[in-house]
Design a protein around this ligand. Structure first.
Ligand code: ZN
Length: 196
């Protein structure tokens, strides 16, 4: 995947978009469902979201974060320097994702967000989920995810509902900068969730 133009479709010019930051009211709005008829005109937005996520080094990006209120998210993990411990996740585009937990087990995740500069914090995510969605061509899909990948999709679907990870942090004492995460918390947390 050295030539990224291969997976972005067509020859549409790809732009990176500014990422809204916490405090912008659009991050607090619920994005609306997309009808399949709208998908052709949303392909450029999807390409721009992919380019924006890659440039920012994010594992995922929701439309609200670039100031759009369609229920669309993109996710990808491919040797991400921002999240070196996350398992690889092929590029996934979800339209109208509907997420349900599989079982009650949760995982404590120390999350960050491209819309929240500097801060990470600990919250609980379901350890296994199932997501029904349309792909970018409008084909219905259903997919199961677990572990940190399940967490990524819960984080992005939250964005589409106007929820930020900050809202779900139970203990504000777990807020930390990325630098202090690496320095003081990363190893113990990875051990706690059973990752190398
Ligand atoms: Zn986020």
């Amino acid at each position: 995947m050295s030539d990224r133009s291969q997976d972005a479709g067509q020859d549409a010019p790809r732009r990176t978009l500014p990422i809204l930051q916490v405090g912008d009211p659009v991050l607090r709005e619920r994005a609306r469902e997309v009808s399949p008829e709208e998908l052709p005109e949303l392909q450029g937005l999807i390409d721009d979201m992919i380019a924006t996520m890659r440039e920012a080094g994010g594992a995922g990006l929701a439309a609200n974060q670039v100031g759009d209120l369609h229920r669309i998210l993109v996710a990808e993990v491919d040797g991400n320097p921002r999240y070196p411990y996350k398992p690889p996740l092929p590029l996934t585009v979800m339209v109208n994702p509907v997420l349900e937990p599989v079982g009650d087990a949760t995982l404590p995740i120390i999350e960050g967000c491209l819309s929240v500069p500097e801060l990470r914090g600990e919250l609980a995510r379901f350890a296994a989920i199932r997501v029904r969605y349309l792909d970018r061509d409008g084909t219905p899909r259903e997919q199961a995810f677990e572990g940190l990948s399940a967490g990524t999709f819960q984080h992005e679907v939250d964005h589409l509902d106007g929820i930020l990870f900050l809202d779900r942090v139970k203990d504000p004492r777990t807020f930390m900068t990325w630098e202090e995460f690496d320095r003081h918390h990363r190893d113990a947390w990875l051990e706690r969730i059973g990752l190398p």
